[in-house]
Design a protein around this ligand. Structure first.
Ligand SMILES: Nc1ncnc2c1ncn2[C@@H]1O[C@H](COP(=O)(O)OP(=O)(O)OP(=O)(O)O)[C@@H](O)[C@H]1O
Length: 598
């Protein structure tokens, strides 16, 4: 079942005028060959008359016909060039438009999709097929119509000469058509099957050629191992594909042989007709050309249909991606997020399991952070600290219970508004290979590009200003080695830049997940010294393993295996002599022992 309207709509949305012009042009180009054909018939018959009459004066009309046929041929070539230009310009526009749609859709999707291999298979196929299939469908449609119109005329002509010619024409192209349909289906299924393996090969290629793992791959001598795995996958895929291609070429060869036999049968009959005087020489020339062109158009028509069938199959991969449904989205009539909080944040019996997993990583978590309070979250690795940060920043929704901000369920706020008013630094923060300026401005893209004051103020708060000033181009230095003149900085320096992003935004809520874990002792000390002042008036959470940070928080929550083990202030928890007290004492002992060794 062909459903091409969606693709056609895509193309007309991406390039409306070019698509319209291409359509008109292709209709004209479809009619011109017919005019050329008819002119040739007139020339041959005219010439035969001139030769028979022996009067050279009769030659002039034939000469004009030759000029006219020449003009038609020239027009055909010019239109073909113009069509080719329009087609490539349409193709480029559509491909850019489709990529834009793909990017917007990817960003709109929930994070949970990114944690699911199925999503990557769907995305991979959409990226492969999306950019060019819609354009191919539209050019396929125009080709089909063009061939159809030409065919109507030529088919009529052949029918007029002898109905058998039209029948032979159809029979000659049917086998190829059948082969094409059959292999479209086979390739479509194979394509779906090979995606995970092809992605795995892509991953290995990225490991081998990308920067992030380049050091470790050398240190552990992994290059040979990875390229061996890559070759293994590629050769498996190659053998499978060649197997399909071998069968396809064999079938296509047989189909072509059948159609050649049909063409020569028709030709033999025409020669016989002309030889026995039942056709004029002009009729025979016209027949021969008409049959050949008819064959081309009929083949074009059926192949166009088969191509559309194939494109329709493959473009469904692109639609599969576009039709993915996001779950974290605005409710109807969402609430406006306040500029400043009135009461604070409440986690009310929150439980959470990551999508695709049954295991709850947070179990019945309840706590309150009053307006203007900073709450420290502490716990062993895997206790669920970052998960709390992800839920509070609404990257996921709780599976049970609710999170309230100012007594309104977090789900009821308009997501873009909420994100604008929340400053988050994740444990695995992003490293943008842009200038320092841009890296900080991305924390608040509403900052004017020329506004250096806000950028520098944010850098100073995060302790980044001094090292940035020492960079070759200061705030205009491109970070990372991906682009020209880029400069790599240390992990701790990257962390300072990421923290500056948090301070670039005037947000009432802050969420900091290990904001200084890679910083040197001096930097960390300085940051936490002024953290209280920097976060004054803000409400939020800070996750850290460092007690120096945690100690000064208004409230401390100790997590153990996804549950709140204890909570309170530093003093109250020390008095309680529970988990917190034991960890604190141990960390102090480590410091004291270190001091003694020194
Ligand atoms: N994206 C994810 N998908 C599935 N499970 C996850 C995901 N992220 C974390 N987990 C699981 O959730 C649990 C809690 O992870 P979380 O990152 O919240 O721990 P954490 O307390 O921040 O640990 P750390 O101190 O090591 O950063 C872990 O056991 C982990 O296996």
């Amino acid at each position: 079942m062909l459903r091409l309207d969606r693709a056609v709509l895509f193309v007309f949305r991406a390039a409306p005028w070019i698509s319209l012009a291409a359509l008109v042009l292709s209709l004209i180009s479809g009619l011109l060959p017919l005019a050329g054909l008819y002119l040739i018939k007139l020339i041959v018959d005219g010439l035969t008359l001139v030769v028979q009459s022996g009067d050279s004066g009769d030659f002039y009309p034939v000469f004009y016909l030759v000029v006219l046929a020449g003009l038609v041929a020239i027009a055909q070539h010019l239109l073909a060039s113009l069509s080719a230009y329009l087609a490539s310009s349409q193709g480029m526009k559509v491909s850019d438009y489709v990529l834009d749609v793909l990017h917007k859709k990817s960003v709109e999707l929930d994070l949970s999709f990114y944690e699911n291999p199925k999503y990557y298979n769907t995305l991979y196929r959409a990226q492969q097929e999306g950019p060019y299939r819609p354009g191919k469908i539209v050019s396929g449609l125009t080709n089909v119509f063009q061939n159809f119109f030409s065919l109507l005329a030529i088919g009529g002509l052949l029918l007029f000469l002898h109905w058998g010619f039209a029948l032979i024409l159809v029979l000659a192209v049917l086998p190829s058509l059948f082969v094409r349909f059959m292999f479209s289906g086979i390739l479509y299924k194979w394509y779906q099957k090979k995606t995970p393996l092809e992605r795995e090969a892509g991953y290995l290629s990225w490991l081998l050629t990308g920067y992030p793992n380049a050091r470790e791959i050398r240190l552990f001598n992994l290059g040979g191992w990875f390229s061996g795995l890559f070759s293994e996958i590629r050769s498996k895929l190659r053998i499978e594909e060649l197997g399909i291609q071998k069968k396809q070429h064999l079938c296509e060869g047989l189909a072509a042989a059948l159609s050649a036999a049909a063409v020569f049968t028709a030709m033999g009959y025409a020669v016989y007709q002309a030889g026995t005087g039942k056709m004029t020489i002009g009729d025979m020339v016209m027949f021969y050309q008409a049959f050949q062109r008819g064959m081309t158009h009929l083949k074009g028509f059926f192949e166009g249909l088969a191509g559309l069938y194939e494109d329709n199959l493959f473009i469904s991969y692109f639609y599969d991606f576009l039709d993915l449904q996001t779950e974290i989205k605005d409710v109807d009539n969402p609430s406006e997020f306040p500029d400043s909080l009135k009461s604070g944040i409440i986690f009310d019996n929150v439980s959470f399991a990551y999508p695709g997993s049954e295991e709850k990583v947070l179990k019945n978590i309840s706590f309150e952070i009053k307006k203007g309070e900073i709450c420290a979250v502490l716990g062993e690795n895997g206790a669920g600290k970052s998960t709390i940060a992800r839920l509070l920043s609404r990257l996921y929704d709780p599976v049970e219970g609710k999170i309230e901000i100012d007594s309104v369920n977090l789900k009821c706020y308009k997501i873009t508004e909420f994100r604008k008013k929340t400053a988050v630094m994740l444990q695995d923060f992003a490293k943008y290979h842009f200038t320092v300026n841009e890296n900080i401005r991305l924390g608040n893209i509403d900052i004017d590009r020329a506004d250096q004051y806000l950028i520098r103020a944010a850098a100073m708060k995060a302790g980044a200003h001094d090292f940035v000033n020492r960079l070759p181009r200061g705030y205009d230095t491109v970070l990372g080695k991906m682009f020209h003149d880029g400069m790599e900085i240390s992990q701790g320096e990257w962390q300072k830049v990421a923290l500056a992003r948090v301070f670039a935004k005037e947000a009432p809520i802050v969420i900091l997940d290990e904001p200084a874990s890679s910083m040197d002792v001096e930097s960390e000390y300085l940051i936490f010294q002024k953290m209280k002042t920097l976060l004054k008036g803000k409400t939020g959470i800070i996750i850290s393993h460092r007690f120096a940070t945690v100690k000064s928080a208004d409230k401390i929550i100790v997590l153990k295996k996804g549950e709140v083990a204890e909570s309170g202030t530093h003093d109250s928890l020390m008095e309680k002599k529970g988990l917190y007290c034991s960890w604190y004492t141990k960390q102090m002992q480590v410091h004291t022992q270190g001091d003694t060794h020194d």
